[in-house]
Each structure stands twice: as structure tokens, then as C-alpha cells.
Ligand binder design. Structure first.
Ligand code: IPE
Ligand code: IPE
Ligand code: MG
Length: 233
């Protein structure tokens, strides 16, 4: 694949952990554990593929509605993974950043985030963005507030500068659902959207490559005609 066809920014809605576990008669928690391993594999594969930024949806602002035991298990798993990944990510040159409203997290989770962000701050190979307690509508409203606080006129360009991440080129959703679930609403305005039935714990390098090949075949027109694109503009 030529470098010009590699999407700069890939985002993933990592869905299907619960169904993966259910199909094996295992508790949902086991699906989430395997989901962390899948993320590990995909981060390595994305860095190898030359993707500059990978944003993954780990916990939505709506996921607090799940049973308390599942929520607390997910928080524990999140803090554990952040700690475990400090060294390997730093060594691989991957810089980690968490987006979302952090005020709802426990001190343990906030500390784990801070530790990982500090340990990996020097990474230049790829940025791994974890969306946790994230909602696309929250992102739009925080960006609008920041824009106002900076005394800028609320134009799309100005608001866009305060969004948590820049525009997405390729958005992948695993688990078979064809919806956005309040993920990167603003940033997906022109994303190529790839839905796959693969359940997240089963997703790996080959699946990522397949999505990248599909992306390569898209013609991104941004409102123009094919003829205009062929004639260079
Ligand atoms: C995605 O998997 C993980 C999170 C939302 C935290 P799910 O837990 O939503 O899995 P399904 O959709 O029930 O299979
Ligand atoms: C979206 O998945 C959130 C994450 C993957 C973290 P959900 O499983 O929560 O989405 P819905 O509720 O089915 O739309
Ligand atoms: Mg789900």
C-alpha cells in the first residue's frame, strides 16, 4: 500500500466484547479482558502500518448506564492496562492521550492516566488516543465553550480547533452494529465508515489490513465531482 493511501487518523468503535463472551458461555468481563488484548495487537499493527493517530472508543458517556459491577470492572481494567502499557508504548514510540470528561473518574484511574501520558509523552511514531467517558456531543460543547472563552467567533473553523482530536479519515466499527453511538460526531463529517461483523476480541492485524485495503479503494470527493478530482482540483 502506498504511503499516500494510509489514513492519517483511524478511529475504532471497539464493540462486541459482551457477545464474544456470551457465545463462549463466559462472563462479559472475560470479553472485556480479551478486548484489551485485541487493542494491544491493533496498536502494534497500526504503528507498523504507518498510521499517525489511532483513536479508540473505550468507554462512552452512556456506558455508566451499565450494571455497576461491569462499570467498576471496566474502570479497574482501564487503570491496569494504562499501567501495564507505560513501558511498551514508550519503547515503541507511541504517545498515549486520553480524551473525555475525566472529572467522573476515581483518583486511581486519573493517576494511571497521568502516569501513562507522562511516560509516553516523547513518542513520535504514533499517537494513541483513548476515548473514555467520551461523548461526541460533550466534545462539541466543550469546544464551543473553549472557543467562547478564547474570545473567538464561533465559526466551524474556530470550534474545530478546540475539538479533542482532529478529523477522522477512517472510522471502523466492529460488532455488526451500524451506528456511531455518540463517538466522534464532528470529526467524522467526512470519515470513510467501515462496519464489520467481527467481534472486537477477534479483531487483529489481518482485519485492520482488510479495512485499510477497503479505504484505499474509496474516492474521497469532499463535495467535488470525480472529474474534478481527476483534473487535479
Ligand atoms: C464494547 O463491547 C465495550 C464497551 C462498550 C465498554 P460491548 O460490551 O458493548 O459488547 P456487546 O455489544 O455487548 O457485545
Ligand atoms: C459504543 O458501544 C461504546 C464503546 C465501544 C466504548 P456500545 O455497545 O456502548 O454502543 P450501543 O449502546 O450499542 O450503541
Ligand atoms: Mg456494545
Amino acid at each position: 500500500m502506498s504511503a499516500s493511501h494510509i489514513p492519517h487518523h483511524v478511529a475504532i468503535i471497539m464493540d462486541g466484547n459482551g457477545r464474544w463472551a456470551k457465545s463462549r458461555l463466559r462472563p462479559r468481563t472475560e470479553g472485556h479482558r480479551q478486548g484489551v488484548e485485541a487493542l494491544n495487537r491493533v496498536v502494534e499493527a497500526a504503528a507498523r502500518a504507518g498510521i499517525e493517530r489511532l483513536t479508540v472508543f473505550a468507554f462512552s458517556s452512556e456506558n455508566w448506564r451499565r450494571p455497576a459491577a461491569e462499570v467498576s470492572m471496566l474502570m479497574k481494567l482501564f487503570a491496569q492496562a494504562l499501567r501495564r502499557w507505560c513501558e511498551p508504548l514508550a519503547e515503541a514510540g507511541v504517545r498515549l492521550r486520553v480524551i473525555g470528561d475525566r472529572t467522573a473518574f476515581s483518583d486511581t484511574v486519573r493517576e494511571a492516566i497521568a502516569e501513562n501520558e507522562a511516560a509516553t509523552a516523547g513518542g513520535t511514531k504514533m499517537e494513541l488516543v483513548i476515548a473514555a467517558n467520551y461523548g461526541g456531543r460533550w466534545d462539541c460543547s466543550q469546544a464551543a465553550s473553549e472557543c467562547a472563552a478564547a474570545g473567538l467567533e464561533m465559526t466551524p473553523e474556530n470550534i474545530g480547533r478546540f475539538m479533542s482530536v482532529p478529523d477522522v479519515d477512517l472510522l471502523i466499527r466492529t460488532g455488526g452494529e451500524c451506528r456511531i453511538s455518540n463517538f466522534l460526531l464532528w470529526q467524522s463529517a467526512y470519515a470513510e465508515i467501515y462496519f464489520t461483523d467481527a467481534l472486537w476480541p477477534d479483531f487483529g492485524e489481518d482485519d485492520l489490513k482488510e479495512a485499510l485495503r477497503w479505504y484505499e479503494g474509496r474516492e474521497r470527493r469532499f463535495g467535488r465531482t470525480s472529474e474534478q478530482l481527476r483534473n487535479g482540483g
